[in-house]
Ligand binder design. Structure first.
Ligand SMILES: NC(=O)c1ccc[n+]([C@@H]2O[C@H](COP(=O)([O-])OP(=O)(O)OC[C@H]3O[C@@H](n4cnc5c(N)ncnc54)[C@H](O)[C@@H]3O)[C@@H](O)[C@H]2O)c1
Length: 288
C-alpha cells in the first residue's frame, strides 16, 4: 500500500502555507521551501531556501508563482536533487498539465494536486493524472490526501481547469454576461448564488438534483435556454477590462462592489469562519 510520510513543498505563499499546515497536522514531516525569507511557524514544518538533501521525500508539491518558466525551473531543481524517486505534483490552476511536464526526465512521477484556498479547509483535493503518470505515483498522492483526512477527487486525464474550475468558470462566464448586459446586478446574482443555487447544491449536488426533479422538463429547458447562453469562446471582456483599469476587488477598493471605507479583511475573516462552520455541519449531516 502506498504511503506518504515526508513532504517537500516548493513555494511558501498562500497555498504552500495552507498545505504545510494541513500535512503537518496529519503527522507528516514537512519542509516548506521558498526563495524568500518567510514569516511562518508551525509545529512539524521546517523552513528552507533549498530542497533538503535528506531524507528523500515521498512527495514534492510545487506551489510557486503561476508561471510556466518558474515552475519548470523548480521541476528541474527537484529532479536534479532527487531523480525520479519522489512523486512530483504541481498545484497549477490554469497551466496545461502535460505541456508543463513536457521537459521532465521522469514524467511518470508527475501529476497535479489541486488545492483550493484556504488549502487546509476544504475536504476535497483534485488529483489529476498526466499523460504518462504511472499508477504508483497516483497512489502516493492519493495516500497523502487521505492521510490528511481529505478525499481525493481523481481525474484520469488532465483537462484545463480540471473539474471544479471548469464548473465554476462556466457559471461565472454567464454571470458576467448577465451583469454586463444590465439584466441583473451583482447583488442579485450573489443573492441567487447564496440563497438558492448554493444551498441546493450543498444537499443534492448538480446531477442528483436533476434526477430527483425528473429529466423531461430539464431536457426541454436545455433545448430553449442553452442556445441563448453566452458562448463567446473568449474570456469575458467585461472582467478583463475591469482588471486592466485596476478594479481588482478588495485590494484596490473596487471590484464588482465598492469596497472603499469597508474592512475587506474583516469580511474575508468572517467568510472563512462561516465557511468552516458550514463545512463542519455538512460533513456531520452527510455522515448521519
Ligand atoms: N491562491 C489561490 O487561490 C490558488 C488556488 C489554487 C491554486 N493556486 C496555485 O498555487 C500556486 C501558488 O499560488 P499562491 O497563491 O500560493 O502564490 P503566492 O504568490 O502566494 O506564493 C508563491 C510563492 O512561491 C515562492 N517562489 C517563487 N519562486 C520560487 C522558487 N523557485 N522556489 C521556491 N519558492 C519560490 C514565492 O517567493 C512565493 O512565496 C500557483 O500556481 C496558483 O495558480 C492558487
Amino acid at each position: 500500500m502506498a504511503v506518504c510520510d515526508t513532504l517537500v513543498i516548493m513555494g511558501g505563499g498562500v497555498m504552500g502555507r495552507g498545505m504545510a499546515r494541513l500535512f503537518a497536522k496529519a503527522g507528516m514531516r514537512v519542509t516548506l521551501v521558498d526563495v524568500r525569507d518567510i514569516d511562518f511557524v508551525h509545529p512539524g514544518v521546517t523552513l528552507a531556501h533549498e530542497p533538503p538533501g535528506e531524507p528523500v521525500p515521498d512527495l514534492v508539491i510545487e506551489a510557486v508563482f503561476e508561471d510556466r518558466d518558474v515552475k519548470q525551473s523548480v521541476f528541474a531543481r527537484i529532479e536534479a536533487c532527487y531523480g525520479g524517486r519522489p512523486v512530483l505534483a504541481t498545484n497549477t490552476s490554469g497551466l496545461p498539465l502535460d505541456e508543463l511536464g513536457a521537459s521532465l526526465t521522469y514524467p511518470h512521477r508527475f501529476l497535479a494536486m489541486h488545492f483550493y484556498q484556504p488549502a487546509d479547509l476544504f475536504p476535497l483535493i483534485e488529483v489529476v493524472r498526466g499523460a504518462r503518470t504511472e499508477d504508483s505515483a497516483m497512489a502516493v498522492a492519493e495516500a497523502a490526501v487521505r492521510r490528511a483526512g481529505r478525499e481525493p477527487i481523481v481525474l484520469q486525464r488532465a483537462v484545463n481547469g480540471y473539474l471544479i474550475n471548469r464548473l465554476q468558470h462556466s457559471i461565472l462566464h454567464e454571470a458576467y454576461h448577465l451583469l454586463e448586459s444590465g439584466i441583473a446586478t451583482a447583488e442579485t446574482i450573489d443573492k441567487v448564488a447564496k440563497l438558492l443555487l448554493g444551498p441546493r447544491m450543498c444537499i443534492t449536488g448538480l446531477l442528483e438534483q436533476k434526477d430527483l426533479a425528473g429529466l423531461e422538463m430539464h431536457a426541454q429547458a436545455q433545448r430553449s435556454i442553452v442556445p441563448t447562453l453566452s458562448h463567446t469562446g473568449v474570456p469575458s471582456a467585461y472582467l478583463q477590462d475591469m482588471v486592466a483599469r485596476g478594479d481588482v476587488g478588495v485590494g484596490s477598493g473596487r471590484g464588482f462592489y465598492d469596497w472603499h471605507g469597508r474592512d475587506g479583511a474583516a469580511v474575508q475573516r468572517r467568510a472563512a469562519a462561516r465557511l468552516e462552520r458550514l463545512l463542519a455541519y455538512l460533513q456531520k449531516d452527510e455522515a448521519e
